[in-house]
Structures are given as C-alpha cells and as structure tokens.
Design a protein around this ligand. Structure first.
Ligand code: PEP
Ligand code: MG
Length: 559
C-alpha cells in the first residue's frame, strides 16, 4: 500500500482509521462491537467486613478453578505456550499483594467485594501501564481480566448475573471491535467467524496480540477514540500491513485488497517452502537464523517459527516477573527447561540486563539522573557479585541439558570481560568441588552494544567465543539519542554511517580473531538492511520468531 493509494482512497471519501499493527494480514467483514455482561460499579456499605472478605475468598477460589478448566480447554486450541497465560492468571489471583489489597479495602472502607476488586484492579492496571517496559505494560490487560472474572463470579453468587458474558452480533465474517480484549475473551473467539480484530486501546505485546497471532487473525490495536460504536454493522477492511481500517470501502478498494490478499496468501504458502531448510545466501554462505526470546513460554512459538536456535534469551524478564530475587534453584529449573525444550539447538542466554528501562522493585535501584548510562547490566552484576554468581551457577548447572552459550551485556572494557571470566572460573571450581555437573565447553560471548566495545573489538575478540551486536543500544549510544524518547525517532537511525561503521569494525575484528559475529538488535529483522548485513559478513541473526521464514527466503536471494 503506497501513500498514493491512501490518498486515493481519501479522495473517494472512504473513511479510514489508523492504529498499530499487532498481527499482519488482510481481513474483510462487518464491524461488530463486543458486548460484555453489564456488571456496573456499585459501591455499597457492608457492616460485616469479615463475611465480605469470605465472599471475596470464595469467588477468588472459584475463579482459580475456572482458570484451571480454561487452561485445559485452550491447550488444544492454542498450544502450551499460549494456554500458559491461564496458569499465570491463577498465580496472579494468588498474589499476596493483590489479595491483601482487596481485603484491606473491604475492611478500611466497609465496602462490598465487587467494588474493592474493581478498585484494586484499576490500581494495578495503572501501575503496569506506567512501567517503561513493553512486556510489563502488556500485563495490565491480565489484571483487568482476572478481576472481571472475580467480579462476575461475585455477582453470580449473589444471583445478580446469570453467566459470564461475551457476545457480539452478526453471524460473520466479523471484524470484532472493542476497547481492549482480555486473554480469556480472545480464547473464546472462533477464527472462522472473527476475521479481524480492531481495538481502541491495547498493546502489541499483550497476550491478546500474541493469541491473535497464533490464531492468525489480522489485528490492529491502539486506534484511539475514533473507534466509535456508530461504526457497528459497517463493512470494513482491516489492512494489517499498513495499520489502516477502511470503513465502507467502495468497489475498487475492495477489489484492490482482494487482489492483495491473494498475493499475501500465495507469498505465505511460498514461505512454507523454506521450513526445515538451512539458511544460506545465494552463493551458499550459511547464516545462522535464531530467535529472540524472553521466557520459557516462548519455546513452542520459537519451535513453530522454525528458528535454528535462540540467539538472545533476555534473562532479566525472569527477574522482572518475580517478586523477589529468583533463587539459584528457580533459575536452574527455567534454564534447564528452556535448554531441554530447544532439543539440543543453540540457546544463547544473556546474563541479567536490569537497569534503565528494565527494573524490578525489589532491586531498589538508586534513582539515577541517566539510568541508561548508569549502574545497569554487567555493571550491576559486578557490583553485586552474589547476584551474578547465583545466576551463573544456575546457568552452568543447566548447561548439561542442552547447547548453552552465555553472553554478557553492556560491555565497555577488557577488564570487565577478564573479570567475568575469572568469576566463571570460580563458579566452575565451586561446582566441581560440590560434584555438581556442568559442561566445560559452554560458549562465552559478549554483546557489542556500546561504541567503546565496538572500537576495542580487536582487543576483546581474543577473549571470547563470539560477539553479538546489540544494535538497539549501539544506535542510542553512538547517536546520543535516548531510545525511550519518542520525540527522537528520526535521530535514532540505525542506518547512520557511524553505526554501520561500528558494525563493520566489529565484524572485521571478530573474524580476524577467528570468532563468529551475530546481530540481536531489531536491525537484524529489517528486510531493507539485510543485504548490507550479509555484505558486512554477519554470521548470525537473532530476530522475532515471526520473521524467521521471511528472512530465510530473503537471504536466499542475497549475497
Ligand atoms: C540491543 O540493545 O540491541 C539488545 C538486543 O538488547 P536490548 O534491546 O534488550 O537492550
Ligand atoms: Mg541492549
């Protein structure tokens, strides 16, 4: 879709909405707004707060048992990696913070449980939405989902509601419209009937977006206030390539998108030819095509994507999802499951990269003027050795269960690398003394994501087994442009010659020392830049799972 096409459509008075693409694809249908059971927010005064807390407890346990049934039911429909959200929901309902907040509100305000649950849900939702991290913002929908469930159960127990409600008109094909879908609603959708989803709010990282991708439903989120209920019943096209929704399209627009969809479908089936194939350039140079991951729950998705391994496992997500420092045993279990889950394929686990935009309250990090350039990642690990050692022990103990590589983020000096290697040697001695098994040939690599590291990559290369270039941070630090600042979009240019030269230097120095060099920043998934990366001699790319087959097909035409 070109800008010209859009203007064309405007000229013909077709109204359009614009949002953010959460799942690609083209869908045709009739807009139908989701209708939820009306539960209201009535605040009533209760005299027996103890009895009211018991009502809440009964509803909470009932909700947990419903979620367990929902988990079983969605296993088949959506696979383990998606069904797991209903286990997470059960855990959220068991969260002591959540439970005590509701009980305290009932007691303090002598209020009914329905009101307390809703209030607490909004408080937690706000906290999640204010977080700097996409993943955590995505959890806001989960807390609303679990609270809505408890509230509906409370009302059903009180005889005020017959059953959980989720309906929409029209038999299909339906473009489902709503403010935001919660995971348990998404799972109930029939993808034969619902061809597209459009939401005024939402996030591309929410479980809803992930489910929509799994179910193959084109989805556009964050449309804003223009998604109004007077659009009910209108014919629409969802263009999950550009993020536009065309309302009441005319014949020629319909025809154009019908053609586009045909081409999309053909391309999709063409990509399937690359499944199970080795990734090679036109001249036959092999490239390793790996996936980025943030959690054990991604494994099925990564395997389904046909990635050849995991090129960046962001271990800090484990810390960010916990309420306290994850123990060695807890981490060991996760790393072991990831390695086993990947069936012997390469898994590169990055050590803790906490700080800046990624934080967890219990770390109680000191406020900093410039957190992106503060005590973060390896700096924090070298200041807090116990924290670092716990993670390294868990990683090395898990190493016997698969093909592990360990990678250190935010390196700026030779001394840091030497110190990390010394600590790893200590860990290996400790494990040997304790007769705990580990692999001795775990690859050890570093991220090149600061200009300093790229410029001294000739000094760093002999110390490590591989480099992985983190172009997200490398771009921000090279161009002095904060990656969190939406106003700096044009400054944050990964194609800037300064960034490209640093990538080139890193690859040259890596190869001169006989080590492989990969890229795990977003630039690796950029089809426009792929040719340049191949030309620069990059050996490995780690990208979002959904890009694997597309990139494999593209690489086959390059170099
Ligand atoms: C990077 O900086 O390019 C990178 C991959 O790490 P993160 O985005 O997690 O900082
Ligand atoms: Mg980084």
């Amino acid at each position: 879709m070109t800008k010209g096409d859009i203007l064309n459509s405007k000229n013909k008075n077709i109204s359009m909405l614009k949002g953010t693409v959460a799942n690609k694809g083209i869908a045709f249908g009739t807009i139908s707004f989701l209708k939820r059971a009306k539960t209201g927010l009535e605040k009533t005064s209760v005299s027996d707060t103890k009895a009211e807390c018991e009502r809440f407890e009964k509803a909470r346990l009932h909700a947990i048992s419903q979620l367990s049934a929902l988990y079983d039911a969605s296993l088949e429909k959506l696979g383990e990696q998606n069904a797991v959200v209903f286990q997470i929901h059960q855990m959220m309902l068991d969260d002591p913070d959540y439970v005590s907040s509701v009980n305290k509100l009932i007691e303090k305000e002598h209020t009914n449980a329905e009101y307390a649950v809703t209030k607490v849900a909004h408080k937690f939702e706000k906290q999640f939405l204010e977080m700097d991290n996409d993943y955590m913002r995505g959890r806001a929908a989960d807390v609303i989902d679990i609270s809505r469930r408890v509230k509906e159960i409370l009302m059903m127990h009180a005889g005020k509601l017959k059953k959980h409600g989720l309906t929409f008109d029209n038999k299909g094909p339906v473009i489902l419209a709503t403010d935001d879908l919660v995971p348990s609603e998404t799972v109930q959708l029939d993808n034969q009937k619902v061809t597209g989803i459009i939401t005024s709010k939402g996030s591309t990282r929410s479980h809803t977006a992930i489910f929509a991708r799994t179910m193959g439903i084109p989805t556009i989120v964050c449309i804003g206030d223009e998604l109004t209920e007077d659009l009910e019943g209108k014919k629409a096209i969802v263009d999950g390539n550009s993020g536009y929704v065309y309302i009441d399209p005319d014949e020629s627009t319909l025809l154009r998108f019908t053609e586009m969809k045909k081409t999309d479908d053909v391309q999709h089936s063409h990509l399937e030819e690359y499944r199970g194939k080795e990734t090679k350039t036109r001249s036959g140079r092999p490239i390793r095509l790996y996936a980025n991951s943030g959690s054990l729950a991604d494994i099925d998705l990564i395997k389904a994507s046909d990635a050849e391994g995991i090129g960046l496992f962001r271990s800090e997500y484990i810390y960010m999802q916990a309420h306290d420092y994850p123990t060695e045993e807890e981490q060991f279990k996760i790393y072991k499951d990831v390695l086993k889950g990947m069936d012997g394929k390469k898994v590169i686990i990055r050590t803790l990269d906490i700080g800046a935009d990624k934080t967890a309250e219990y770390f109680m990090l000191k406020p900093e003027e410039n957190p992106a350039m503060g005590v973060r990642a390896i700096r924090l690990c070298l200041t807090n050795r116990a924290l670092f050692k716990t993670q390294l022990r868990a990683l090395y103990r898990a190493s016997v269960f698969g093909n592990l590589s360990v990678m250190i983020p935010m390196i700026t000096s030779v001394e840091e690398v030497v110190e990390c290697k010394r600590i790893i040697d200590d860990i290996k001695k400790e494990l040997t003394d304790q007769e705990l098994p580990f692999k001795d040939d775990v690859e050890f690599g570093i991220m090149i994501e600061t200009p300093a590291a790229a410029l001294i990559s000739d000094e760093l290369a002999p110390l490590v087994d591989f480099f992985s270039i983190g172009t997200n941070d490398l771009t921000q630090f090279t161009l002095a442009a904060d990656r969190q600042n939406a106003d700096l979009g044009t400054y944050l240019n990964p194609y800037h010659h300064a960034v490209v030269r640093l990538i080139e230097t890193t690859v040259k120095n890596g190869h001169a020392a006989g080590i492989w060099v990969g890229i795990c920043g977003e630039l690796a998934s950029d089809e426009k830049f792929l040719g340049k990366l191949i030309q620069l001699g990059v050996d490995e790319m780690s990208v979002v799972p959904s890009s694997i087959l597309t990139l494999r097909a593209k690489i086959a035409t390059l170099g």
